[in-house]
Design a protein around this ligand. Structure first.
Ligand code: NI
Ligand code: MN
Length: 228
């Protein structure tokens, strides 16, 4: 039982969960300035969406349609994608988990916005807590720091994926505090260096995490993978 996580730049990650493939917040080559992988090269069974902003949903409909994948997100966004022609959606909502074939997936709160690209209301933004039975992975989504991350930290997190870009989400200082609340074994930063507003030194942040917390920070280059 292993989970392999591949970073595509910004907040886009592919996960291989014991052989089940999924992508989180697909924003790929042609849309995402950092991405090297195109949406057409993605082959997944599930698409997970944290919130409705364009830098998280840009390639979701095309991937879900071509792969006949199930799109998992909040009720409002699932309904919107259904009306865009995505046939398989699974709506969840904040605080709600479901036993999918690949594991228990819970939507967690996030402090952010969620307007969809056409202006429609995208419900409350969220993140995901995935419990495979062996590994626990927390994907924060775009969010401010909130102290209830300490409750998520009670789940013995093996890997936390946190935004560090500042301006739209937590910046480096708040993300460091988030690591303290979550107490994960490993932490991967995301949502930085894609646009001018969110330029950050991820290596410097990782050095602080490694010096000041018990977590191991891993700065992933684009298209690199880690296995936990
Ligand atoms: Ni956002
Ligand atoms: Mn974003």
């Amino acid at each position: 039982m292993t989970v392999t996580v591949t970073f595509h730049g910004h907040a886009t990650f592919s996960l291989d969960v014991n052989g089940t493939k999924m992508i989180v917040d697909p924003f790929l080559k042609g849309n995402n300035p950092l991405a090297q992988t195109a949406a057409d090269d993605i082959d997944v069974e599930y698409v997970l969406i944290t919130h409705g902003h364009g830098d998280h949903v840009a390639d979701a409909a095309s991937i879900a349609t071509r792969c006949n994948a199930t799109l998992i997100t909040n009720f409002e966004i699932a309904d919107w994608f259904g009306r865009q022609g995505v046939e398989k959606t699974h709506p969840q909502h904040l605080g709600g988990g479901f036993n999918h074939p690949f594991g228990y997936l819970k939507m967690t709160p996030a402090l952010h916005g969620s307007k969809l690209p056409d202006g429609e209301y995208g419900g409350m933004p969220g993140g995901f807590l995935l419990k495979t039975g062996k590994e626990n992975i927390y994907i924060a989504g775009d969010t401010a720091l909130f102290s209830d991350m300490s409750l998520i930290g009670e789940h013995e997190i093996d890997l936390a994926i946190l935004p560090i870009g500042d301006n739209f989400t937590m910046g480096p200082d708040d993300a460091l505090r988030a690591v303290e609340f979550l107490n994960p074994k490993k932490v991967v930063p995301c949502h930085y260096n894609t646009f001018g507003y969110i330029v950050q030194d991820a290596d410097a942040w990782a050095a602080r995490v490694n010096a000041e917390t018990s977590a191991e920070a891993v700065v992933m280059s684009v298209d690199s993978s880690i296995t936990i």
